[in-house]
Ligand binder design. Structure first.
Ligand SMILES: *Cc1c(COP(=O)(O)O)cnc(C)c1O
Length: 362
């Protein structure tokens, strides 16, 4: 830290993104990207707009917003595209939290929430997940704070039904409820339609997971008109051209390729099922995922050790450091071939470990 760095950020701990290795070709199951490339129409749309890059992008992303409104069944004034959904979440922390309006979220969830809170000196409270790692929606009724919930949650993969989300929204009429639906396309229930009914709900989605555009950076926020206007006030005070030309065009084209992405999600869900079954046969505890990853733990090997041994063998998964979750790994669901390699290496590691242990005893 230089002597010039603002004192207000002295205690900042930035978010740590998952590894994006440049050395070896890994079977990359650590950051929940799609294993499938975007379809040709999406690539072509981005290419065509790239040829007009001397011009600023449309700050309103009109074509994208129009398509999104049509697909999601909301008005154009109820949608806000952003540079990844991280940006809309960041806008929400700026717009709807401050020292008098704290924020609450689960103790085990997306790591960025606490980073945003600290960045803006927003007091925050975390609510422990239940022993089975689920969110108890009753913990968020009458919260007296902005509520942020990833549904399905990460890194657990567990999901709340929409009626419970609605109970939370209803019970917090004086506060905003933010529902982060980054993984909703893999078996969760979306609550986007509730934004028609409640003026205190913001729902965020991303193109990074189910829509194969992690590298393009595109997210969408859905809310009533006045909340979107608030978020726009933040956007136009920070970066009016937050979504670039290529990305806006790619996103619009992606919304026209619903069949392709739905098909991919179906494949991912099938691979998830097969991988979960195989892991359980190997003795793993596997949480019931409604996402494109599995959160898994074994009595036979520590979480960090399994992570490291998989990495030595060219398979990258994500290990966390939190006390309750350090023995878990989060494994992104890739293609059937990738999952086969992951399972084969995992089996090898467990066998090696069993041999070592019997060796110790002799
Ligand atoms: C991946 C992810 C996001 C944001 O991703 P972007 O790439 O910024 O759209 C948001 N929330 C959760 C829970 C995520 O896992």
């Amino acid at each position: 830290m230089s002597k010039y760095f603002s004192k207000k950020y002295a205690s900042l701990t930035p978010y740590t993104p998952g590894e994006q290795p440049k050395d070896t070709e890994y079977v990359k199951l650590n950051t929940n990207e799609s294993p499938f490339a975007p379809p040709p129409s999406v690539v072509e749309a981005a290419r065509a707009e790239g040829a007009r890059s001397q011009l600023y992008s449309d700050p309103e992303c009109s074509a994208l917003v129009e398509k999104a409104a049509e697909i999601f069944g909301v008005k154009k004034t109820q949608v806000l595209p952003t540079n990844g959904s991280d940006e809309i979440l960041h806008f929400a922390f700026m717009a709807f939290c401050d020292k008098d309006t704290p924020v609450v979220f689960p103790d085990i969830t997306y790591g960025f929430y606490s980073v945003f809170a600290k960045l803006h000196s927003i007091p925050y409270k975390t609510i422990p997940l239940k022993a089975d790692f689920s969110v108890d929606y009753r913990d968020y009724l009458h919260a007296n704070a902005t509520v942020v919930i990833a549904n399905p949650n990460a890194p657990t993969g567990l999901c709340l039904p929409v009626w419970q989300i609605e109970e939370i929204v209803k019970a917090n009429p004086d506060n905003i409820v933010v529902i982060d639906e980054a993984y909703v396309d893999f078996g969760g229930e979306s609550c986007v339609s509730l934004v028609q009914k409640y003026d205190n709900l913001l729902v965020t989605q991303t193109f990074s997971k189910s829509r194969s555009l992690a590298g393009a950076r595109l997210g969408l926020g859905f809310a009533c008109e006045s909340l979107i206007a608030d978020l726009n006030a933040i956007k136009y005070s920070t970066n009016p051209y937050n979504v670039n030309r290529m990305t806006a065009a790619a996103g619009r084209a992606a919304l026209c390729e619903n069949a392709y992405f739905t098909g991919n999600c179906k494949i991912v869900c099938e691979n998830r099922q097969a991988t979960a079954t195989a892991l359980k046969e190997l003795g793993f505890e596997v949480l019931d995922s409604k996402t494109n990853f599995l959160f898994v733990r074994s009595d036979k090997i520590g979480g960090r050790e399994l992570y490291e041994k998989l990495k030595e063998r060219g398979v990258l998964v994500r290990n966390f450091t939190g006390e309750r979750i350090k023995d878990f790994n989060r494994v992104t669901i890739g293609t059937a071939e990738q999952m086969e390699i992951f399972l084969r290496k995992t089996k090898e590691i467990l066998e090696e470990k069993a041999n070592e242990n019997s060796g110790d005893r002799s």
